[in-house]
Design a protein around this ligand. Structure first.
Ligand SMILES: [Zn+2]
Ligand SMILES: [Zn+2]
Length: 132
């Protein structure tokens, strides 16, 4: 196997092991580095970008947040906790999205990015305890 192919597989394995965490490239690099110290940071960033462009990983863009990656590529939404910053998955419902907007812009819509924000169960619990 070519070096590049091996590194690609190592990085993808790490991303898969971090599933649900939605790590940024830096976090993926830290984890890759701890397992495979010879893989450079530039390689991790480049391969993640390439894989996202090819649709093999999902680039998660959350406004005012670092770029994150998700090994899960099927359609789903994300929610970010406004307290601790944790990101979790939100599943799509079966209702069509069309009823939510009226498109008078003359644009042909190709993509929509929808991100939810809220408070995670752990932070909600902590907030509740602090009240007492
Ligand atoms: Zn939280
Ligand atoms: Zn996700």
């Amino acid at each position: 196997m070519q070096r590049n192919t091996i590194q690609r597989k190592q990085i993808m394995d790490v991303l898969l092991s971090l599933e649900g965490e939605h790590p940024c490239a830096e976090r993926v690099y830290e984890e890759v580095h701890s397992r495979y110290p010879t893989v450079s940071k530039a390689t991790v960033y480049r391969i993640l970008k390439d894989e996202a462009a090819e649709g093999k990983v999902l680039g998660v863009d959350i406004p005012r947040d670092v770029g994150r990656y998700d090994s899960r590529t099927d359609g789903h939404y994300h929610i970010k906790c406004r307290v601790c910053g944790k990101v979790a998955d939100i599943e799509k419902g079966d209702r069509a999205f069309d009823g939510l907007y009226v498109n008078n812009s003359g644009f042909e819509i190709e993509n929509v990015t929808l991100t939810f924000s809220g408070i995670c169960s752990e932070c909600a619990k902590k907030a509740e305890q602090n009240k007492i």
